[in-house]
Design a protein around this ligand. Sequence first.
Ligand code: UDP
Length: 247
Amino acid sequence: MVLEIEEKIQIDDIPLTRKNFEEILQLSRSILSGENPPGYIVTLNPEILTLSRKDPELKSAIQKATLVVPDGIGITWAVKKLFSLEIKRVPGIDLGEALIKICAQEGFTVFFLGAKPGIGQMVEASFKAKYPNLEVTGVHHGYFSEKEQEGVIKEIGNAMPSLVIVGMGAGKQEKFLSCLPRSFYRLGITVGGSLDIWAGTKKRAPLWMRKAGLEWLYRILKEPGRLIRLLKTMPFFLGVLWKKRKS
Ligand code: UDP
């Protein structure tokens, strides 16, 4: 499969894919197998988009991604308002898990990067219990300084994984992937706080809340400190409403 030119939705100069979950997996498989060039997937939400408005390095890291997928419900809502298009959310946690399953089934290797020390090892153990064939070529926590980053990059270069799962929070994870030489891996994906959920140290919202598009509310109820982060994204939501009113 050759990477076809796709008509993407432009949101804040960020090209958002219109591919559905299955199509994203198909493209990912072709990247993992070497049929398509290496690259990474950014799972966009309003927080990342808001940060990128004041951070050109982050904006460029997102723009350089092979695919930007709509992770947050706020993004699918904005697309509906601005373009009258119904697109489905592609949660990074579900996409990450589906990619790990493909790796286990098709013999590709995985590197887990991010979260607090010890979490990555728990994630590795949990996925190995589920998929005994899974080959994990490395694990590293996400709390390293800029100076230490070179060492982490080298570690990934030595491990040469097919898939790099990066869960280091909005901004840091996207910039890291844009710095990681593409010859060191095939496919990368940003997954936010998914490593904590896979490790079992945090819980995901119940299915009914996810189906109702209320995963964000669950996270705020569990961690009220997140409300500040949500408030910081208000200009994005208000901007969408403003543009819609003018059109
Ligand atoms: N994190 C990290 N390095 C940092 C800051 C955060 O590895 O310097 C990890 C943090 O431990 C957590 C994840 O990044 O596992 C961010 O989770 P959060 O729930 O904030 O992300 P979201 O899913 O909301 O984007």
